[in-house]
Design a protein around this ligand. Sequence first.
Ligand code: ADP
Ligand code: MG
Length: 665
Amino acid sequence: MSEIKLLSKEVSELIAAGEVIDRPASVAKELLENAVDAGANVITIEIKNGGRTYMRVTDNGKGISMQDLPTAFLRHATSKIADKNDLEKILTLGFRGEALASVCAVSRVSVLTKRVSDDYGTHYEIEGGEEKVCEQSGCPDGTTFVIKDIFYNVPARLKFLRKDSTEGNYVAEMVTKLALSHPEISFKFIRDNKVELLSAGDGKVYSAIYSVFGREFAASLIPVNYEWKGIHITGYTVKPLESKPNRKFQNFFVNHRFIKSVACSCALEDAYRNQIMVGKFPACVLYIDIAPDTVDVNVHPTKIQVRFSNEGLMHEAVYFAIKDSLLKNDKPREMVLETRRNFTQQQLYGVQPDSGVQMKFACADEKPVQPKPQPQPTAAYVPPPQESFDTTPAAEKAQPTVKSVVESVSNAVAQKEPEPAKPQNRVTVEQFNKFVSEIPLPEEDNGGSFKYIQKQSFEKVPQQAAPVIVEEQEQKPKPVVIGELFRTFVVAQCGDDMILMDKHAAHERYIFEKIKDEKNTLDPQMLLEPVMVVLAYDEYDALAQNVDKIRTLGFEIEPDVAPTVAVKGVPIILGDQNPTEVVSELARNFIANKLDPQVEIFDDLYHSLACKAAIKAHDKSSLVELQALLEAVYDNDAIRYCPHGRPVLIKLSKRDIEKQFKRIV
Ligand code: ADP
Ligand code: MG
């Protein structure tokens, strides 16, 4: 007797159904997606007992004719594609023609459906794949599916279901994804006779998010709108301080299909680096529109995983979209540079006093700053700025005075520094600081308060002669340290705000930004003996193909016998640390096709250096030192979080305090 037999239709149907349907939520997904594809704008889903015993999905879509209905339940029967070319431009949610066949193989199904053009509708029943009823019936336009007793004929599957409340939650989650992906459709979800979700269906993403996740979540979001090489990304992403304890709130929709994508999640998290706390995750609702032929949705029966023809490009698009949104919503305040009390303007900039000269920080889309009289600086110590000075606006912004100042600084710097050519019209922080620090301090300043602070306090902050920065707005209140709490938190007052600052977090971020600014940390340093690093094969290839790029990052690497590379030089910043880990990270960055790998590669290194160098909680600190630190970070919006993402400052308004004491109501 032959050992190999063809399986019966019933068994093969059950096996095939198992791929698509593994719990009530997968039935919900398929029925909801069909309703969306049918062009409905109102969809209701009702479940009982977690969807296990009862599920109803009603839509007002185009309906199914009596003639087509039995065919719809056959495997590979679909109205959405006709031939193989259609597979390359799928814009419907379904296309495999398997869902109804799978659902009816494992449950009892009844359908009531009517097309607008028909006078009568159809009532159809099918159980375990067997047609039971097919008759004319009066019913409203659209389709209602009722699914009873899922897995009644597959006890093994039934055993694996979780408790009803959990299964119900999976269904709820499925509804939320659909409601988010189609804000133009009003979804209603009823669980055990209670309405749990009702989305507006007004076409607005924000309304959909609001109805799905609630007011608080909606309020924690900032908008995203970005175009990158044909990929259009819109939606919302979370403010860094409102990040979540897990990845559940990361919602990506590609051409209005909810998907899970490692490339998208990684890009999202990369964009939030250094902004959110360790152990927290960004949340987002992102809609990615791309040409349908650049995404393959046919890689998984449930179509939740997709493949992009260019994963690297997708990473870039999401990364830049989020970065753009975070930057736009966290724009540094406008500041102006003022001459320091101890120098004359002539000494500093080569211009006469009273010319009303000010210098402005770089900020590409800022409006011109009107020169105004300079308030006298009061700060004891103000750190150097964190960004390079943008000199380009001079011409466009019709500010000859600003331009002349900048040019004179540029010239002075150029004369003093025989350094490699920098981009035109741009003076870096290092150049400026170096220039300023080389100007001798006037005699009478010896022992003055500024010098005292520079010498005796705040030793751990890299010291530089400090151009004084004042805010552009006149006479902004200055933060003043009141004292210290638990040797950890600085208590300060600024106008009508009380400020609490974590001194370690603040100092750590300050140093982190400084190290990042100083690009000579990437100067190469040759090793006495090459370090042989064994990599994965793809890492080896990535490095071998990018030897020149790697050199610009301070690494001298020679491919040896694959997969080993000889590391002959490393950037100064690495010191005498073993380069193995960084080298392999470098390679992985190239593999991920990141445009600007150096940014991420060194971040971790910078973190640990900054962390080691910063003052610690419980360290003894003088008030002068704390004042200097506070002023260094207070107005620098880049320093809101420590490199690990913990907040640096929190504010409490006088009004809130008065309310607490019931002085005001
Ligand atoms: P697919 O969605 O992949 O085409 P399904 O098995 O889910 O396959 O559905 C088979 C066909 O039944 C669909 O192509 C569609 O024509 C029809 N259909 C299913 N559900 C509905 C609905 N709610 N309204 C209108 N037509 C539907
Ligand atoms: Mg379908």
